[in-house]
Design a protein around this ligand. Structure first.
Ligand code: BGC
Length: 852
């Protein structure tokens, strides 16, 4: 629990705040959530058709229908059941676990935001109370924008469209299918990430989407089987932070605001929303872990200027994420100096006055039962000061000005047709110049982890045999109108299971591990990308084989296919599916592993390709002597097939590195499965983050566990040599004060970004092919409660054979500090720091140190 005390805290109310009525929590907002996600539900006819379709699809009769309004990630099996004598039934039990921080700070208007603040103030000064209240909640529109903020036409404000999500625009046509977050994380490429952000931002803008609902840095990936880990970049806060920084700057550079999400501790899908008398799971995170792990990438997003932050479904230290004054008023709006607005996740508001006072600014998808006219009443009777309401609207409009959306921005939602199956205006948002980024992005997220007997690259193979369900496209790539698998990246998965999970009746055992109906371009849920002209691995292989005169055979159905013995190589394609609304059942699957072993026992050159939406264990087959190569192909987006064949045939060298650790066994990880309601906490599920900062490689290092493939690992077709480490401390002694003293700007105290130490090394390509290397720097810190080592720098660059490069890493004050819970600041410790530079978190040939 947070140990610090802050003078500024004024305990105005218990941090669950006034207005909480858990019995009401969620239900009306969830109905509206459906209408927002599925606008056709607004008409009687649409509702009737939908009801029939759902009955047919789900086949579950009225029971399935009754589950529909309960949009949450908890399973039916998670319901509390009977309360025993010691079952906690009163939320008051938890009061004070998340410290109250009031009042909510007004938008600071620092730096470049000053002008936007004064413009927004002037606009708001002309608004009536009713107009201001209207701008705190979503409303209906005749677009497919999942969120729509209404306009105030008499003042020239046209409203705003909020569109999913962080990996490309969902539920529409004429957009690109970008690589997903985990794929971008595996690229370790800052420049490419920036290009992707600019490309995505341009598409959102053309479609009239003012706010991109992403990028995702929460979940971070604490729970190996969490359903949404693939939406974000990496479990490592530094890697995620560097890539979210690039993404936010680039998307916003294209004029579209980012709503970085989900703030914070949203680490599992199970019990993510209340269900019956069971509340959302509480992520219980201590203050140091909060800052060093979960907040870190959000801090980078705020530092990059993210104009919006989405508060999350879960409770944080037993106070709902969107009513938690410590994280919204305290950490986000005070400590990080956040200039923008906080928008609720869809249906994540469970209190009225309390959310207003805790710092939430917009509720989505609509005002539900808590705001709207109730907020107006609360302002009139003084429960919510009008200055708080003003600040909500000012923050939103200042962002609109800051992004230049007051000038020449397309009409909100102009390219977001309500129903793609009806005649609609074509707004083609794709830009031909993005094709290179889409291709490079797809290539660079593939991670080659095994390659023996020179299996790869393929050398003019005479005959190739292809197996496995993840090689080809699913049979349909077609929006059907209504609740469509296509809208949610579920075309090749079990659609009934998808809707069950999305609407709150997920199988308690977890979701089916594979998408058996075809290859994966993204995962499932609101973070899915729209799939247009996608090229599967099979499509690209056929073209390639034809051009090269290679004989090709395939069988994508059989679990035990016939294998032609004279095949030059056998390629087995499998996947690991993950989706919003449910957590995964397992990190391995016997069907795919059995298929691989079957082929490997008949083909002495078996190459495995796994499209994995999360960590996938491989120990059931990886040591088979005939498994000669393994590629984690992640979620590549539309260029999937072209990228893969380019790697397989050696047109490009693979350059991805794992953004997570692959263990030998599940038990090697600190946390594999989601927490569930239990014991006295059946009504208030608890998730205690007792492992602190020791997740992923930090845990393996601390416990001395040998992973199968370590964080940062990835092979290529050449060899890199490391030499000449040098470490230079800045000559200005005043930079090394123990505590930062700078003013608070976006992201926190300005001097947290001062560069204190520069590390240089030389990297040379001593192999025989051009390839890109990811040079990685890890720090061993003398600070309090620090892991063995932490990533604090990485640079990716291409080298020709015999070429060398001097690479430089800049270490900032924040990089070298730990979060001091007593001082409530980042403290630069005294003592000796270790520096390690190399190819992965366990291959670090250059070692040095310096002392502060
Ligand atoms: C998801 C958000 C998403 C929103 C709007 C929610 O269910 O958690 O990530 O942006 O829906 O579709």
């Amino acid at each position: 629990m947070a140990r610090a005390t802050e003078a500024s805290r004024q305990p105005l109310a218990p941090d669950h705040g006034p207005g909480v009525d858990p019995s009401k929590a969620g239900a009306p907002a969830q109905q509206s959530w459906l209408k927002r996600h599925f606008p056709f539900l607004r008409t009687r006819r649409g509702i009737i058709i939908t009801v029939i379709v759902i009955l047919v699809i789900i086949g579950g009769g009225l029971a399935g229908l009754a589950a529909l309004p309960k949009k949450n990630g908890s399973s039916g099996g998670d319901a509390a059941g009977g309360a025993s004598a010691d079952t906690i039934t009163d939320d008051g039990h938890f009061y004070g676990q998340s410290p109250p921080v009031y009042p909510s700070p007004n938008m600071p208007g620092s730096g470049t935001w000053a002008d936007s603040l004064s413009k927004a103030r002037a606009l708001v000064a002309n608004m009536t109370l009713a107009e201001k209240v209207k701008l705190t909640a979503g409303d209906s529109s005749n677009t497919s924008c999942p969120g729509f903020l209404p306009g105030v036409p008499r003042l020239g404000f046209p409203g705003m469209c909020l569109g999913d999500a962080g990996n490309g625009l969902r539920t529409t046509d004429f957009v690109s299918t970008w690589p997903s977050g985990i794929h971008v994380g595996a690229s370790w490429n800052k420049g490419l990430t920036r290009q992707r952000g600019a490309g995505m931002g341009g598409e959102f803008r053309t479609k009239g989407v003012n706010i991109l609902l992403g990028p995702v840095v929460g979940p971070a990936g604490r729970v190996v089987l969490s359903g949404r880990n693939w939406e974000g970049f990496s479990i490592d806060p530094y890697l995620a932070g560097a890539l979210v920084f690039e993404t936010v700057e680039a998307v916003q550079g294209a004029g579209v605001m980012t709503s970085t999400k989900h703030f914070i501790g949203n680490e599992q899908e199970t019990n993510r929303n209340p269900s019956g008398d069971v509340q959302s799971v509480s992520s219980n995170i201590d203050d140091q872990t909060m800052h060093e792990l979960y907040l870190w990438p959000f801090q980078d997003a705020v530092h990059a200027g993210s104009g919006s932050i989405m508060c999350s479904y879960n409770r944080l230290n037993n106070s709902y994420g969107c009513a938690n004054s410590k994280i919204l008023n305290g950490i986000l709006k005070t400590e990080l100096g956040f200039e923008g607005h906080v928008v609720s996740d869809w249906g994540a508001q469970h209190a009225g006055v309390a959310t207003a006072m805790a710092g939430m600014d917009i509720v989505m998808p609509n005002s539900g039962s808590f705001w709207g006219s109730n907020l107006e009443t609360a302002v009139k009777n003084g429960s919510v000061p009008e200055s708080r309401l003003d600040d909500m609207v000012i923050r939103t409009l200042a962002g609109w000005y800051q992004l230049g959306q007051d000038k020449d921005f397309p009409k909100p939602g102009v390219g977001m047709a309500l129903d793609l199956t009806k005649p609609h205006e074509i707004v083609d948002a794709r830009n031909i110049s993005s094709r290179t980024t889409l291709f490079d992005g797809a290539v660079e997220g593939h991670v080659l982890v095994k390659n023996i007997r020179s299996a790869l690259p393929l050398d003019k193979p005479k005959m190739l045999s292809l197996f496995g369900y993840s090689a080809k496209n699913p049979d349909t790539n077609n929006p059907t109108g209504g609740i469509s698998a296509w809208n949610f990246g579920a075309s090749s998965w079990n659609y009934t299971e998808f809707t069950d999970g999305f609407f709150g009746t997920a199988n308690p055992a977890g979701s089916t591990p594979i998408a058996a109906g075809g290859t994966l371009y993204c995962g499932g849920g609101s973070g899915a990308t729209s799939q247009g002209t996608v090229i599967s691995p099979f499509d690209a292989m056929v073209q390639r084989a034809y051009d090269d005169g290679t004989a090709l055979f395939w069988d994508f159905n059989s679990a035990e296919p016939t294998v032609i013995p004279v095949s030059s190589a056998c390629l087995v394609f499998g996947n690991a599916y993950a989706t919003e609304g449910a957590d995964r059942r397992a990190a391995r699957d016997d069907y795919t592993d059995g298929l691989i072993k079957h082929v490997a026992s008949r083909c002495n050159n078996t190459i495995v390709i796994l499209h994995n939406a999360g960590i996938r264990l491989v120990d059931q087959f990886i040591d088979h002597p005939n498994v000669t190569a393994l590629i984690f192909a992640h979620l590549p987006g539309e260029a999937s097939g072209r990228a893969l064949t380019s790697i397989l045939f050696g047109d490009v060298s693979p350059s991805g590195r794992l953004p997570y650790t692959v263990a030998r066994n599940e038990s090697d990880y600190p946390v594999v499965s989601p927490d569930r309601p239990s014991g006295a906490f059946t009504r208030f599920p608890q998730s205690n983050f007792t492992e602190g900062v020791l997740v992923d490689y930090r845990h393996f290092d601390a416990k001395n566990i040998t992973p199968r493939y370590e964080f940062g690992f990835g092979l290529t077709y050449t060899t890199f040599n490391y030499s000449d480490l040098s470490i230079e401390k800045d000559g200005n002694a005043s930079l090394f004060a123990e505590l930062p003293t700078g003013p608070i700007q976006q992201g926190g105290q300005a001097d947290l970004w001062d560069v204190l130490v520069r590390v240089r090394a030389t990297v040379g390509n001593i192999g025989s092919r051009y390839a890109a290397e990811v040079a990685q720097l890890y720090v061993r810190s003398p600070g309090s409660n620090q892991p063995v080592r932490q990533l604090r720098g990485f640079e990716k660059f291409g080298l020709n054979t015999t070429e060398t490069k001097d690479v430089e890493f800049n270490l900032t004050r924040r990089d070298l500090s730990f979060w001091d819970v007593e001082a409530q600041k980042w403290r630069l410790p005294r003592g000796q720091f270790g520096i390690e530079v190399g190819r992965s978190s366990r291959d670090l040939p250059l070692v040095g140190n310096f002392t502060i």
